[in-house]
Design a protein. Structure first.
Length: 766
């Protein structure tokens, strides 16, 4: 079935967030809430207004809010009549939910899916009194907050849910909403919350027992052990301590398990210190300073960066070595870590058959719901099951049956099979419309490779250029592989090339600034000039290739990564792609064709209109480059001009490479590269106009002397140099880019900016 319109009942944080996600995907939404006093539509409208102002942003494009129609459940329930899926996200009480379902059953068509976002009420209770058709179309859909950013969607079918309803909702959730779908059993807390809440409560208790601070715990429970930077306590602050207390209490009541939070944590809730939304929780922000709670006194003190002996030595190692290293830390830190991991692994082993349909679902729930680098079963495989058994035994825990069945591993070394709950080994099914680069590599699909990049065979005549450098940094190895890829694809007569990779963090954080700064300080200017020219020729060479090149960016796509994206025939971007020419932050200007490309793109858009002022295109490019503007999504990247109307967006990261491959195959028949372009350059007068705006900002104290210099160099490039207006080629602007880049690089203040950013990861305003 096709889901063309969605209804959401309940305009609280979760309901409005689900509505914003669906609208961001281009789906019309009806958002209803209870009638207000006087203004009967007020609660739903205010819910929408609140989510539109939320940070981080709930909408990928604020304009998509126009796809949402608001109303109230008494006067406007009829607006749901033509919806194909209605999500209920109202108060967590069976009575109101059941009353709503009775009304929906009479209103909705026989095809419409009905789901609840409950996390604690059994599905069997909710469908009491409903007819067979309703029951066959009813499921649980447990989103995580905020719905846009947290990938996990737990779907909970009932014994009566039809296979067709389950398949339709799973496909829509994955493809249209970009979710990682995990099937969960109808038990309290489902998978992620049940295991996650257990872990957070145990962490608080063990922190007390081993006398650690919140800062120390979050250091151990952050990226060091494969968890997000928010670790344990910052994550709780983001979720809300009141929510944690509510969920914990519900789980304790429903399961009979002990989820008791320490008194000092409960006191925070009673005092209204609920985390991010109240300005204080486990952490508090005082101006620009982050302060951390002293759980013993209830007072805050400046956040510390703990120096735990042994951590620095293991911090940059692979995950398996990091976890093993943490377990072997001396003193109270190692004791805390061993107790925490032993209890978490033991709980997952004991509860997995009750919560999930397989261990894969458990791992994915923690990876997608809480951004773990690896879920509990992948963690245990990584450190070795003998060490897992030893750690549990030292903590006085028995060996769960599932661990005994596993023998040496839960997953096969190649990742193709996994241990089923009955002890058999099952093949991990490959998702439809997904290309796994790991599978391509295992199958011998590597055509060429070096230390920084590789060329892979995706099949059907399509090759993929894969960055392997840290954060997709564009060093010499990557650039040489781009050139080798163009030659290889041309020589072999392949259909075309995709540029992407499967690192989850960033498509590309830009060029290698370490080598650039070193060469500048050593005065190797001829070498630098050749390096910039080589970079330009490589990036612009993508446009000249005799076959289609499709770039598939995701996450951070900055500097040189943005320039590669700008020179693709087509872009297939993940929805969460953050594109920006950010060179001004380090005192430079984009010199890999980025300045040139925005100028040509914006000017070409205006040229067909006689009454247009081409300076508008120059000014638009100048503003984006000078301000280092970065898109907050792929949809915003299109509005900024980094993406074109013909470029497409994949909501699900897993489908990105397969979608890009299809774009290549679509473009390949009869493909010819675009011809060289020329445009009118506006010259000295336009530079003067831009300089006036820059001078005004400087006089107002908004920019520094050096930023005036940077802006002037950008203006010179965009206007085709000083002098009279003239017709310029792409190469003319590239030459000006290169000259401006090198002039700025030769200044002391730009070198200071680069050095500061390399050390801190932050820009310097000097």
């Amino acid at each position: 079935m096709r889901i063309r319109k969605i209804g959401v009942v309940g305009a609280g944080t979760m309901g409005a967030g689900i509505a914003a996600l669906a609208a961001s995907a281009g789906i019309p939404v009806v958002l209803l809430d209870i009638p207000g006093e006087g203004d009967r539509g007020g609660p739903a409208r205010k819910g929408l207004e609140r989510i539109a102002k939320s940070k981080p942003a709930a909408f990928m494009d604020p304009a998509r809010a126009s796809l949402i129609t608001t109303g109230n459940t008494e006067d406007d329930l009829g607006l749901l009549a033509d919806c194909d899926w209605v999500v209920e996200a109202i108060i967590e009480q069976p009575g109101p939910k059941q009353a709503l379902y009775a009304r929906l059953e009479e209103l909705l068509g026989d095809h419409a899916l009905i789901t609840t976002n409950t996390s604690g009420i059994p599905m069997s209770v909710l469908v009491e009194g409903r007819g067979e058709s309703f029951r066959r179309r009813f499921l649980g859909t447990h989103f995580f907050n905020p719905p846009r950013y947290l990938r996990l969607l737990e779907i909970i079918p009932t014994p009566e849910t039809s296979p067709e309803a389950l398949a339709a909702l799973t496909a829509f959730g994955e493809r249209m909403l970009g979710k990682g779908v995990v099937l969960a059993r109808d038990v309290p807390g489902f998978i992620a919350n049940r295991i996650g809440v257990f872990g957070s409560v145990q962490t608080m208790r063990l922190m007390e027992e081993h006398d650690l601070t919140i800062d120390e715990v979050d250091l151990i429970n952050g990226p060091l052990t494969g968890r997000p930077k928010s670790a344990t306590f910052r994550t709780a602050d983001l979720s809300g301590l009141d929510i944690l207390k509510h969920v914990r209490g519900g789980l304790a009541e429903a399961t009979g398990e002990d989820f008791t939070m320490p008194k000092w944590a409960l006191d925070l809730v009673d005092q209204g210190r609920l985390g991010e939304k109240t300005g204080a929780g486990f952490y508090s922000k005082q101006g620009k300073q982050i302060q951390t709670l002293d759980w013993k006194t209830g007072e805050y003190a400046p956040q510390q960066k703990p120096e735990i002996p042994g951590v620095a030595e293991i911090a940059k190692k692979p995950l398996a070595d990091r976890i093993r290293g943490v377990l072997q830390l001396e003193g109270k830190y190692g004791a805390f870590a061993r107790a925490q991991f032993a209890r978490a692994w033991h709980y997952a082993l004991e509860k997995a058959p009750e919560l999930a349909y397989d261990i894969v679902g458990v791992d994915r729930a923690l990876e997608w719901g809480f951004a773990f680098e690896a879920g509990p079963f992948r963690q245990m495989d990584a450190v070795g099951l003998d060490l897992v058994r030893q750690t549990m035994a030292e903590e006085g825990l028995d060996e769960p049956e599932l661990l005994t069945k596993a023998g040496d591993r839960f997953y096969s070394e190649d990742g193709r099979t996994f241990l089923a709950f009955d002890g058999s080994r099952q093949t991990l099914p490959e998702a439809e419309g997904v290309i796994s680069l790991a599978s391509v590599r295992r199958a011998g699909g590597v055509l060429e490779e070096n230390d920084e990049a590789a060329l892979l065979d995706l099949g059907d005549g399509v090759a993929l250029l894969e960055f392997r450098s840290k954060m997709g940094t564009l060093g010499e190895g990557v650039l040489r592989m781009i050139r080798a890829a163009i030659e290889h694809v041309d020589r072999d007569g392949r259909a075309g090339l995709v540029i992407s990779h499967d690192d989850p963090r960033a498509f590309s954080a830009g060029a290698n600034l370490v080598a650039t700064l070193t060469a500048a300080r050593e005065g190797r200017w001829d070498e630098l000039e050749q390096s910039v020219r080589f970079f330009q020729d490589t990036v612009t060479g993508l446009r000249k290739a005799p076959f289609p090149v499709v770039v598939a960016p995701f996450g951070l796509t900055l500097g040189g990564g943005a320039e590669i994206t700008l020179h693709a025939d087509r872009v297939q971007a993940h929805a969460e792609t953050y594109v920006g020419l950010v060179e001004t932050g380090v005192g430079l200007l984009p010199a890999g064709g980025g300045t040139k490309e925005l100028l040509f793109r914006f000017t070409s858009e205006l040229q067909p209109y006689e009454e247009s002022d081409l300076f508008d295109g120059v000014r638009r490019a100048f503003g984006i480059i000078a301000m280092a503007t970065t898109s907050a999504s792929a949809l915003e990247a299109r509005k900024l001009g980094f993406l074109r109307e013909a470029d497409r967006v994949s909501m699900n990261r897993d489908h990105l490479i397969a979608d890009a491959k299809l774009r290549v195959l679509d473009l390949a028949p009869g493909y010819a590269p675009p011809p060289p372009r020329t445009i009118p350059a506006l010259g000295q007068r336009a530079i003067g106009n831009l300089r006036y705006g820059v001078w005004s900002l400087h006089e107002g104290g908004q920019i520094s002397d050096h930023e005036v210099l940077i802006a002037t160099e950008i203006a010179r490039v965009l206007c085709g140099g000083e002098g009279a207006p003239r017709q310029v080629s792409e190469q003319d602007i590239l030459d000006l880019e290169r000259e401006g880049f090198l002039r700025l690089l030769g200044t002391e203040k730009t070198q200071e900016r680069i050095e500061y950013t390399l050390k801190t990861g932050k820009p310097l305003r000097n």
